[in-house]
Each structure stands twice: as C-alpha cells, then as structure tokens.
Design a protein around this ligand. Structure first.
Ligand code: ZN
Length: 60
C-alpha cells in the first residue's frame, strides 16, 4: 500500500509496533520504545550486485 520502504521491526528494540512518523518522508516511530527514526535511501552501491568475496579470501 506504499511505495516507500517500510521497516518491519524497530532497529532499536526489535518491536513491530511501528507507525509513520510526523517528521516527514521515511520517518517512523516505535510505540514500544518511543524512539523516532528515519529511513533514508543512500543510493546504489558502486560495486553492483557482484559478490564481495572475489579477492583476498580463497583459503589457500
Ligand atoms: Zn523500538
């Protein structure tokens, strides 16, 4: 029902009692610990979708 990212759990206490915050886009409030936080999309990673294990860890 929304096009923006919604957290499933509070990143601070892990509760699911989240509600949209009043601070605007991406803001959420946790009803369990009374924390307010904001999600922000920072952009795509430059390394793309490749796995990050292609160097320095072959085990030999
Ligand atoms: Zn919380």
């Amino acid at each position: 029902m929304s096009e923006r990212a919604a957290p499933f759990y509070c990143p601070y206490c892990g509760d699911e009692d989240l509600r949209p915050g009043e601070q605007g886009h991406g803001a959420w409030e946790c009803g369990a610990c009374n924390r307010a936080f904001q999600l922000k999309f920072l952009g795509l990673l430059a390394r793309g979708l490749r796995r990050a294990d292609d160097q320095g860890g072959d085990g030999a």
